[in-house]
Design a protein around this ligand. Structure first.
Ligand SMILES: [Zn+2]
Length: 98
């Protein structure tokens, strides 16, 4: 009558991930080396009055993107942050949106 429960435990199939597909392993996801665009291109100067340049550093809510999204180095990320804040102050970028 109640043998089913104990039976279910043993019936569970083990899931084998290794069916010839070794490509996917979350631990070793392909990491492309990101190079800071402003370090790579020395002529590129951050201009807080340039809306087209500034809008790349904020998301649709108006928040400043993190380094993992902008790809900037620590030094340039600080400059981006400062520039976005200046752009907000002179109403080129919104403080918040949506
Ligand atoms: Zn940089």
């Amino acid at each position: 009558m109640s043998d089913k429960k104990s039976n279910n435990k043993n019936n569970k199939k083990k899931r084998y991930n290794n069916n010839g597909d070794d490509e996917f392993d979350p631990k070793f996801r392909k990491m492309r080396k990101k190079v800071c665009t402003m370090c790579a291109n020395k002529e590129l100067v951050l201009d807080y009055k340039n809306y087209d340049q500034m809008k790349k550093f904020v998301n649709e809510k108006g928040k400043i993107l993190p380094r993992r999204a902008t790809g900037a180095c620590a030094k340039h990320q600080r400059e981006i942050t400062q520039a976005v804040k200046r752009a907000r102050h002179i109403a080129i970028l919104p403080y918040t949106q949506g």
